[in-house]
Design a protein around this ligand. Structure first.
Ligand code: HEC
Length: 96
Protein backbone atom coordinates (compact mmCIF):
# COMPACT_ATOMS: atom_id res chain seq x y z
CA UNK A 1 0.00 0.00 0.00
CA UNK A 2 2.73 2.39 1.06
CA UNK A 3 4.84 1.74 -2.03
CA UNK A 4 1.79 2.20 -4.25
CA UNK A 5 1.26 5.64 -2.77
CA UNK A 6 4.87 6.47 -3.42
CA UNK A 7 4.58 5.34 -7.01
CA UNK A 8 1.56 7.56 -7.42
CA UNK A 9 3.36 10.54 -5.96
CA UNK A 10 6.33 10.05 -8.26
CA UNK A 11 4.01 9.73 -11.24
CA UNK A 12 2.29 12.96 -10.25
CA UNK A 13 5.61 14.79 -9.99
CA UNK A 14 6.49 13.65 -13.47
CA UNK A 15 3.15 14.73 -14.81
CA UNK A 16 3.55 18.21 -13.31
CA UNK A 17 7.17 18.82 -14.30
CA UNK A 18 6.57 17.26 -17.73
CA UNK A 19 3.78 19.65 -18.59
CA UNK A 20 5.69 22.74 -17.48
CA UNK A 21 8.84 21.78 -19.38
CA UNK A 22 7.31 20.82 -22.69
CA UNK A 23 5.83 23.40 -24.99
CA UNK A 24 2.06 23.13 -24.82
CA UNK A 25 0.53 22.05 -28.11
CA UNK A 26 -1.23 25.13 -29.45
CA UNK A 27 -4.51 24.94 -31.35
CA UNK A 28 -4.03 27.14 -34.42
CA UNK A 29 -7.76 27.25 -35.05
CA UNK A 30 -8.37 28.68 -31.58
CA UNK A 31 -5.58 31.27 -32.09
CA UNK A 32 -7.22 32.24 -35.37
CA UNK A 33 -10.72 32.65 -33.95
CA UNK A 34 -9.41 34.68 -31.01
CA UNK A 35 -6.91 36.90 -32.82
CA UNK A 36 -7.64 36.95 -36.55
CA UNK A 37 -11.24 35.99 -37.30
CA UNK A 38 -12.64 39.42 -36.33
CA UNK A 39 -11.01 40.73 -39.52
CA UNK A 40 -10.23 37.63 -41.60
CA UNK A 41 -13.37 35.62 -40.79
CA UNK A 42 -16.58 35.53 -42.84
CA UNK A 43 -17.95 38.65 -41.10
CA UNK A 44 -14.60 40.39 -41.04
CA UNK A 45 -13.12 43.48 -42.64
CA UNK A 46 -13.66 43.80 -46.35
CA UNK A 47 -9.99 44.64 -46.88
CA UNK A 48 -8.68 41.58 -45.01
CA UNK A 49 -8.11 38.46 -47.13
CA UNK A 50 -10.50 35.59 -46.25
CA UNK A 51 -9.29 32.24 -44.95
CA UNK A 52 -9.58 30.79 -48.50
CA UNK A 53 -7.05 33.41 -49.64
CA UNK A 54 -4.71 32.82 -46.72
CA UNK A 55 -4.78 29.12 -47.58
CA UNK A 56 -2.87 29.92 -50.78
CA UNK A 57 0.07 31.34 -48.81
CA UNK A 58 3.12 29.61 -47.41
CA UNK A 59 3.37 29.25 -43.59
CA UNK A 60 6.76 31.00 -43.72
CA UNK A 61 5.16 34.03 -45.38
CA UNK A 62 2.44 34.20 -42.72
CA UNK A 63 5.07 33.97 -39.96
CA UNK A 64 7.05 36.80 -41.57
CA UNK A 65 3.85 38.83 -41.93
CA UNK A 66 3.23 38.42 -38.19
CA UNK A 67 6.83 39.17 -37.26
CA UNK A 68 7.70 42.09 -39.54
CA UNK A 69 5.01 42.47 -42.18
CA UNK A 70 1.50 43.87 -42.46
CA UNK A 71 0.29 41.93 -39.37
CA UNK A 72 3.16 42.77 -37.02
CA UNK A 73 0.83 44.63 -34.63
CA UNK A 74 -1.47 41.58 -34.45
CA UNK A 75 1.61 39.36 -34.16
CA UNK A 76 2.75 41.15 -31.00
CA UNK A 77 0.01 39.42 -29.03
CA UNK A 78 1.19 35.95 -30.01
CA UNK A 79 4.04 33.90 -28.61
CA UNK A 80 6.24 31.96 -31.08
CA UNK A 81 4.26 28.70 -30.75
CA UNK A 82 0.99 30.54 -31.31
CA UNK A 83 2.36 32.30 -34.41
CA UNK A 84 3.57 29.01 -35.79
CA UNK A 85 0.30 27.23 -35.02
CA UNK A 86 -1.81 29.94 -36.64
CA UNK A 87 0.50 30.10 -39.69
CA UNK A 88 0.07 26.36 -40.15
CA UNK A 89 -3.67 26.62 -39.55
CA UNK A 90 -4.48 29.38 -42.04
CA UNK A 91 -2.33 27.88 -44.80
CA UNK A 92 -3.32 24.28 -44.07
CA UNK A 93 0.37 23.39 -44.47
CA UNK A 94 2.92 22.35 -41.84
CA UNK A 95 6.10 22.99 -43.82
CA UNK A 96 7.79 26.16 -42.59
C1 HEC B 1 -7.68 44.43 -37.19
C2 HEC B 1 -7.98 43.54 -38.29
C3 HEC B 1 -7.04 42.38 -38.51
C4 HEC B 1 -6.66 41.42 -37.63
C5 HEC B 1 -7.10 41.25 -36.17
C6 HEC B 1 -5.77 40.51 -38.34
N1 HEC B 1 -5.61 40.94 -39.64
FE1 HEC B 1 -4.45 40.09 -41.07
N2 HEC B 1 -4.95 41.56 -42.37
C7 HEC B 1 -5.84 42.59 -42.12
C8 HEC B 1 -5.95 43.44 -43.31
C9 HEC B 1 -6.84 44.68 -43.44
C10 HEC B 1 -5.08 42.89 -44.26
C11 HEC B 1 -4.76 43.43 -45.65
C12 HEC B 1 -3.57 44.30 -45.43
C13 HEC B 1 -3.10 44.98 -46.67
O1 HEC B 1 -3.50 44.59 -47.75
O2 HEC B 1 -2.27 45.87 -46.47
C14 HEC B 1 -4.47 41.71 -43.65
C15 HEC B 1 -3.54 40.89 -44.28
C16 HEC B 1 -3.05 39.70 -43.76
C17 HEC B 1 -2.14 38.81 -44.47
C18 HEC B 1 -1.59 39.03 -45.87
C19 HEC B 1 -0.41 39.97 -45.73
C20 HEC B 1 0.19 40.34 -47.05
O3 HEC B 1 1.26 40.99 -47.00
O4 HEC B 1 -0.36 40.00 -48.11
C21 HEC B 1 -1.90 37.76 -43.63
C22 HEC B 1 -1.02 36.56 -43.91
C23 HEC B 1 -2.65 38.01 -42.40
N3 HEC B 1 -3.32 39.20 -42.51
C24 HEC B 1 -2.66 37.16 -41.32
C25 HEC B 1 -3.28 37.45 -40.12
C26 HEC B 1 -3.25 36.58 -38.97
C27 HEC B 1 -2.57 35.21 -38.93
C28 HEC B 1 -3.93 37.21 -37.97
C29 HEC B 1 -4.15 36.74 -36.56
C30 HEC B 1 -2.99 36.48 -35.79
C31 HEC B 1 -4.41 38.48 -38.51
N4 HEC B 1 -3.99 38.59 -39.81
C32 HEC B 1 -5.17 39.40 -37.79
C33 HEC B 1 -6.54 42.82 -40.95
C34 HEC B 1 -6.38 42.07 -39.78
Amino acid sequence: MKSRMRGLLIAMCFAVSGSSLQAQPVDGGAVFSQNCASCHGAQGLERAPRLEMLRLLEPKFVLDTLATGAMRIQGLRLNPSESRAVAEYVTGKTRL
